[in-house]
Every structure is written in C-alpha cells, then in structure tokens.
Design a protein around this ligand. Structure first.
Ligand code: GLN
Length: 237
C-alpha cells in the first residue's frame, strides 16, 4: 500500500483497531472496563513484539467490520472468520484459531434438533458467519429470525424464553455456558469449521498486516500464544 501510517511519539506506526464489544474468551470487558481476552492479549503482545501502538475501539461486530471496510479503522481483531465473501473486502492475516458454528437452546428446552425449530423464533447476531449460516438453513427448517447486535443480548433472549435458539461460534458458546449462561448445546456437528484471522481493508495497511503476521509467527514459536490460549481456555483447547 502507498499510504503512510500515523506515527506515535517513538516515530513508530499507530493504528486504530476495532473489536467486538463482547465475544468471550476472545474479547472480554473486565470489571475495570479494560478489555482482555485471547484476541486482545494476542494483539497486545504482537504490538510489543513489532513496535507499533494502537487505539482499541470496541463496538458491535457489525460496526467493527464496516468501519474497516469503509476505512475508518485500520484493522479488526474479533474472532473474525475467514470467508471467501469477506476476502473480496478484507486482506486477512495468517489464521490463528479454528472454529465452527453451533446452535444452542435453553437448558430445559424441548428443542432437540433443527427440525424442532419449525415455526419458532431463532436469535442471530447481525453480520456474523453464524447468522449467515442460520439464514441459509431458515427455509429448510421453517423458523423465524430475530437479529441482535451483540452476543450477550442474543443469549439473553433465549434464556428468558423469547427466541428458542441462537446460533454462535462453538468456542464462544461453550465458554459462555461454562461461565454461567443458562443455555445448552444439543448434540450436533459444528457447521462451516474455519479459521479466525486479523484483517485490514483490502489493499490497505499492508505494513500492519505484515507486522501482525511476523509477530504472530514469533508468538506461536516462542510459546506465548499457547500461554494466552491456556489462560482463557485451560484444558478446553
Ligand atoms: N466468527 C464469526 C464471524 O466472523 C463471529 C465473530 C463475532 O461475533 N465476533 O462472523
């Protein structure tokens, strides 16, 4: 890319990075308001390794992807799935995590298979791969759809009994359930197993993308990335 990144006071690049407002264990807002999680710790360690600084801007996932594609932000880290459709508008880093989509219901739900969703309402999160997946099987299973901007609000709609199910990334739903969200994942095979990666607007911020990839490789080689994952996932990796 021909553009020159903004510089910090050490004359190193400074970037605006967007992330999902809530996507544990990848984006977690701690009690003090600060963000932590696998993505956030990874980005932080990469920035230290590569000598760049950044301003982190948490927002709804849909706004986050849009602010990169319209050039308002330099990069996105957000448990972002690599898809062919998104490759038209993003340049992706090397992959760092494998994940697929699942659906979950209330613990006491009578819904045991997708066939039981006929005529019922399903909660999806706007702009996500799991929402695209849910939409793609909507007519086959005959359910209605309701959209939410963040994962917590979507889970809650199922917990309180409005929607009967939600679609979500498997590790994120498992983490939420482990941490007290009263939902359950019926027996199923995750759909569209794929990769998470960092991304920049297509054709832009090639220096940032290169730094991310170099830093990622470094942290994967020296064990730091394994430590970050273990911190949040323990034995569930
Ligand atoms: N992995 C999903 C996607 O990229 C969801 C990401 C998210 O909700 N933060 O669409």
């Amino acid at each position: 890319s021909t553009e020159t990144p903004k510089k910090n006071n050490k004359n190193k690049p400074h970037y605006t990075i967007v992330c999902d407002v809530t996507f544990p264990p990848f984006e977690i807002q701690a009690k003090n308001g600060k963000y932590v999680g696998i993505d956030i710790d990874l980005l932080n360690q990469i920035s230290i390794d590569q000598g760049f600084t950044y301003t982190l801007k948490p927002m709804s996932f849909n706004s986050a992807t849009q602010s990169v594609t319209n050039g308002q932000a330099d990069g996105i880290i957000s448990g972002l799935s690599v898809t062919d459709e998104r490759k038209k508008v993003f340049d992706f880093s090397d992959p760092y995590f494998v994940s697929g989509f699942i659906w979950a219901t209330r613990e006491d739900s009578s819904i045991k298979s997708l066939n039981d969703l006929k005529g019922k309402t399903v909660a999806l999160k706007t702009g996500t791969g799991s929402a695209d997946y849910g939409k793609s099987i909507q007519s086959k299973y005959g359910f209605k759809i309701k959209y939410f901007n963040d994962s917590n609000t979507m889970y809650n709609d199922v917990v309180v009994g409005n929607a009967v199910a939600c679609f979500e990334d498997q590790p994120v739903m498992q983490y939420a359930i482990k941490n007290g969200i009263k939902l359950t994942i019926p027996k199923q095979t995750p759909a569209n197993q794929g990769n998470y990666a960092f991304a920049v607007q297509k054709g832009k911020n090639s220096e940032l993308l290169k730094s991310f990839n170099t830093g990622l490789k470094q942290l994967q080689t020296n064990g730091t990335f394994d430590q970050i994952k273990a911190k949040y996932l323990g034995g569930d990796q």
